[in-house]
Design a protein around this ligand. Structure first.
Ligand SMILES: [Zn+2]
Ligand SMILES: [Zn+2]
Length: 280
């Protein structure tokens, strides 16, 4: 009886709360202000994808966001960025400068508008469709005998793209403290949608953030590296050369994703690729 009463009061206050929330914070498009959507179709269509992928370290453009491999000549100045990372590369859907993208990410993370996770997932999915195009062309070419042009393409194609269906999707984890504060892990919401869309296996429990440190956003590059060092742990089984897609909302220096990749590779992962909504 008492509990029933408490439940009813709670429901009532919830409704009252939602009513006031809607008054101060009505649902309207972050772009054009149209009522009833957080991101209307027209504004969503206006969002530009990042036109080319690049090596996150030296910003040299390439096809798949891989880090530059070791230089062919020993005294060559370019290349070799790969040696600084455990991560194989990062796929970046859009730029944080894109106003709607930064608003949507902030809305999700700091105003807890969970519906925006669907829009941001959709953005990642459209981006991945584009990323997979060369592998689809290549797969049909492989079936019909490989032409030289396709052979060259295959040389550069990451295994995680060529065998896309075999990837394991893992979200970048939050610490317990941060998870309690926000109530959800935004990366997990994105990762679930991506895994579901492509029928990929998902693991949202085995990669753990063991320590809570300062939010990365307020730190310099060197401080970021130190801040995330030894903060992650893989509590799942041996990954047996499985390729991993590690999903996060924003990448800046890649320090967080790289620390995750280090732990995943120590647990036997094959390639580890970051997949993010935006470059901050
Ligand atoms: Zn709009
Ligand atoms: Zn590079």
């Amino acid at each position: 009886m008492f509990f029933e009463f408490v439940k009813r009061v709670k429901n009532m206050t919830n409704n009252v709360w939602l009513f006031f929330l809607d008054l101060i914070f009505p649902i309207e498009c972050l772009g054009c202000g149209r009522a009833g959507f957080w991101l209307c179709c027209d504004c969503f269509k206006e969002i530009k994808f990042k036109p080319r992928q690049y090596c996150l370290y030296c910003k040299k453009e390439n096809d798949f966001g891989q880090f530059c491999p070791a230089p062919a000549r020993l005294n060559s100045r370019s290349g070799g960025c790969r040696v600084n990372y455990s991560l194989d590369g990062i796929w970046i859907a859009a730029l944080y400068d894109e106003l709607l993208v930064s608003r949507a990410i902030k809305g999700l993370k700091y105003y807890f508008i969970i519906d925006l996770a669907d829009d941001l997932s959709q953005l990642i999915i459209l981006f991945v469709d584009r990323l997979l195009k060369p592998s689809r062309i290549l797969q049909s070419a492989l079936a019909g005998g490989v032409a030289w042009r396709n052979f060259k393409l295959a040389e550069n194609l990451p295994l995680a793209i060529l065998n896309f269906k075999d990837n394991l999707v893992v979200p970048a984890p939050l610490s317990k403290k941060r998870l309690r504060w926000r109530g959800f892990n935004q990366s997990e919401l994105l990762a679930r949608s991506v895994a579901e869309k492509y029928g990929l296996e998902f693991d949202g429990v085995s990669l753990i953030r063991t320590r809570h440190k300062k939010p990365q956003a307020k730190l310099t590059e060197a401080a970021r590296l130190k801040n995330v060092k030894d903060c992650f742990e893989w509590r799942g089984g041996n990954l047996k050369k499985r390729n991993i897609i590690l999903i996060d909302d924003v990448v800046t220096t890649g320090a967080t994703l790289n620390e995750c990749a280090k732990v995943l590779k120590a647990a036997g992962a094959g390639e580890v690729w970051g997949l993010v909504v935006a470059k901050g």
